[in-house]
Write a protein that binds this ligand. Structure first.
Ligand code: ARG
Length: 391
């Protein structure tokens, strides 16, 4: 009896030829596994395809709620944007998929894994590091990377060995609840405007009447949007509504883990709206010092997730700090959607440390202006040493 391998399967080119490769070159029984984290796919068709190209067993695992609770919510609390732009949809999904592969491997009694990642991207790090953090002696076979295959060689392999590859898009697309990542083809020319046909969620020609939405947050996570309280519905609703308003496209020149610069387009309407709203509410309830340190840690958190180190102890340590700050991130944010623009137009919170009475120029308040004169005298003390210098 052959040994078994658990392959992270999407039905795309890389993972389809991997099925054949693992059987032919490694003599393994291939157990294909697809994890549903909100990609809009026909999972029955993918299962059929897996069997038709030689899988011996196939699993479809619904992990949408787990993705929201354990990954997306942390990303919102961390205002996670890699290089201040990319909401990390693909990067957040990978460790979860890896954990699910481990569950299947335990069930099937094997320690052999496979994925379709190339050696140029970040996903290989996310899979390998997460798998080995749980199973240090895992054997990982990544045919495309290990054989140094180009996309054209993969297509040739598929032809030679009769692996059906019906999806012939020039783009490489990864999709889940938190966003769509699109790269390849004409997009590789960094000066070329993305053609409209790449977009699925965002209407870049939107022309709709203005609309307001309100988002309630509790401990830093959204609990109600337009009267919807279910988190999965909230996210799909926002992807739909904000997408129709043309919101959430990110055109990014990105630094990959391996040092390569790449050009990627993201569609992330829900992520864009939620992070914008969350950041705004934090400004109402957190102190200047908290905001300053938090923003440094957010960048570090985003880098750790991006670079495959989701399992690193530092991530948990940063999470602890962030969760502490989120105890006060309760309240409501009002946003105005205009075609192709998003603006926060109001925010309120029971934990607000904004004091209208203090900040107002019109009311006489408890603030004694006369103290300011002395404070500034001392505050600017060292600046006097530059006396005589002019700009
Ligand atoms: N650059 C993004 C990341 O590393 C997305 C990678 C996957 N993109 C894709 N189009 N298949 O997280």
């Amino acid at each position: 009896m052959s040994k078994k391998v658990v392959l992270a399967f999407s039905g795309g080119l890389d993972t389809s030829i991997s099925v054949s490769w693992l059987k032919k070159k490694h003599n393994l029984d291939v157990i294909t596994t697809i994890v549903d984290i909100g990609q809009d796919e026909n999972f029955d068709e993918i299962e059929k395809k897996a069997y038709s190209i030689g899988a011996s067993k196939h699993y479809t695992i619904d992990a949408k709620q787990e993705f929201i609770n354990n990954y997306i919510f942390s990303a919102i609390k961390s205002n996670a944007l890699y290089q201040n732009k990319y909401p990390l949809a693909t990067a957040l999904g990978r460790p979860l998929i890896a954990y699910k592969l481990i569950e299947i491997a335990n069930q099937e009694n094997t320690k052999i894994f496979s994925h379709g990642c190339t050696g140029k991207g970040n996903d290989q790090a996310r899979f390998d590091i997460t798998l080995r953090s749980v199973m240090p002696d895992a054997k990982i076979i990544a045919p495309v990377r290990d054989e140094n295959m180009s996309r054209d060689e993969e297509i040739q392999y598929a032809k030679d060995f009769n692996v059906s590859i019906e999806k012939k898009s020039q783009y490489s697309i990864d999709e889940n609840l938190w966003g769509r990542s699109i790269e390849g083809g004409i997009l590789e020319d960094s000066f070329e405007e993305p053609p409209k046909d790449i977009y699925k969620w965002v209407d870049v020609d939107s022309s709709l009447a203005d609309k307001y939405i309100e988002i309630d947050f509790n401990n830093g996570i959204p609990v109600s949007i337009d009267g919807i309280a279910d988190s999965l519905e909230m996210i799909t609703h926002l992807n739909d509504v904000a997408g129709k308003y043309g919101i959430g496209v990110v055109d990014h020149i990105e630094d990959r883990l391996m040092g390569i610069k790449s050009r990627e387009i993201y569609e992330a309407p829900a992520a864009t709206v939620l992070i914008e709203a969350h950041k705004d509410l934090e400004k109402l309830v957190l102190t200047r010092n908290e905001l300053e340190i938090k923003s440094l840690l957010e960048q570090k958190w985003s880098w750790m997730i991006y670079s495959g180190l989701f399992v690193d102890p530092l991530v948990k340590a940063i999470d602890s700090f962030i969760n502490k700050t989120q105890e006060r991130v309760n309240g409501t944010v009002r946003l105005k959607l205009k075609s192709n623009s998003l603006t926060v137009v109001g925010r309120k919170s029971e934990n607000s440390i904004y004091d209208q009475n203090l900040s107002s120029y019109s009311s006489s308040s408890d603030f004694n202006q006369t103290y300011s004169k002395g404070f500034i005298e001392i505050w600017g003390l060292q600046s006097k040493f530059n006396e005589g210098e002019t700009k």
